[in-house]
Design a protein. Structure first.
Length: 312
């Protein structure tokens, strides 16, 4: 017997024109998120300012994800479901970006001011997007923003903030349209959620997470693919972004003191070195790589006086 859904009361959304905010659209790639997708849907329905359009891309789920989303899409015209064929595995990096663009291609709203990449395993307050739009409205050079991502990882009994102020985590990325287009959108590579920020920063845009806007991430980074594999992917992604070798050594050592202890940081460094030896592809714009390395050297100097390392 099918479980009956509990429908949240839809918040009386504010008219965007009345408050001077541009329209925003949301794209959510999902795969096998039946356990959590309703938390995200309920959070979106309750938003004080809802998106003009929300495209949920079912990336080959083998559970009830598509069925759940389809039920809500029938009741809320601004929610739309796109189904993709199952490629057999969950694929981070390229797979996520390809699913995002499957949603991007079917957007019908053309005059939006902001575009959002949002995961399907999150929950957040009713004023989450209204608050972010207010920050964008008050800061014309703010190009990428998000909230403070909290996660409860294995062995932990409370939600812990996993976001730094100067980095916006992949599960919740809000782009000013002008910035999104200036950086060429999302790169289909591991570390795409660092590539976008380095490109934006190089062009003079601001990037910030507003940590008081709490967002809860139920499938923590590495939960689906494994934490060790996640560290290896981060090493490959760091090479693509042109990370400075000295910075990577410091970053690898720092990660040796987090799970998976010791081996995680070593695996990240090894993947970075392997990518370098194999002369794998890097970001095509040398000016961005030069900016990345200059910034990281400054951060290393800051580390000597007690400042934390910036994690892109």
């Amino acid at each position: 017997m099918m479980r009956q859904r509990k429908h949240p009361k839809e918040s009386p959304a504010t008219n965007l024109g009345q408050v001077g905010y541009a329209q925003y659209v949301v794209i959510t790639p999902v795969r096998d998120e039946a356990e959590f997708i309703e938390k995200t849907i309920h959070s979106m329905i309750r938003q004080t300012i809802r998106p003009t359009e929300w495209i949920i891309v079912n990336d080959g789920s083998t559970d009830r994800t598509a069925e759940i989303v389809a039920g809500y899409a029938e009741e809320h015209p601004w929610i739309k479901l796109v189904n993709r064929k199952d490629r057999g595995t969950r694929q981070r990096g390229k797979g996520v970006v390809e699913a995002f663009y499957a949603g991007y291609e079917v957007l019908t709203c053309q005059d939006y001011g902001f575009i959002v990449k949002l995961d399907g395993d999150l929950s957040f307050g009713a004023d989450y997007f209204e608050s972010l739009l207010h920050e964008f409205a008050s800061r014309p050079r703010l190009g990428i923003a998000g909230g403070g991502v909290h996660e409860k990882r294995l062995g932990e009994d409370k939600w812990i903030l996993r976001t730094s102020k100067d980095h916006v985590r992949g599960p919740t990325k809000v782009y000013r349209r002008a910035c999104f287009e200036a950086i060429g959108g999302l790169a289909p590579v591991l570390g795409w959620d660092g590539v976008d920020e380095w490109r934006a920063l190089t062009l003079g845009w601001e990037v910030q997470s507003f940590l008081h806007l709490r967002i809860f991430h139920y499938r923590f980074t590495g939960a689906a693919t494994g934490q060790l594999k996640s560290r290896i992917e981060q090493g490959y992604g760091a090479h693509y972004m042109g990370y400075h070798p000295l910075f990577m050594i410091a970053r690898g050592i720092w990660h040796m003191f987090s799970r998976p202890y010791l081996i995680g940081g070593m695996a990240m460094l090894l993947a970075y070195c392997v990518a370098w030896l194999q002369k794998r592809e890097q970001m095509p714009d040398p000016s961005v790589i030069r900016y990345v390395r200059r910034t990281q050297l400054r951060q290393l100097v800051g580390l000597l006086v007690g400042k934390p390392i910036h994690e892109n």
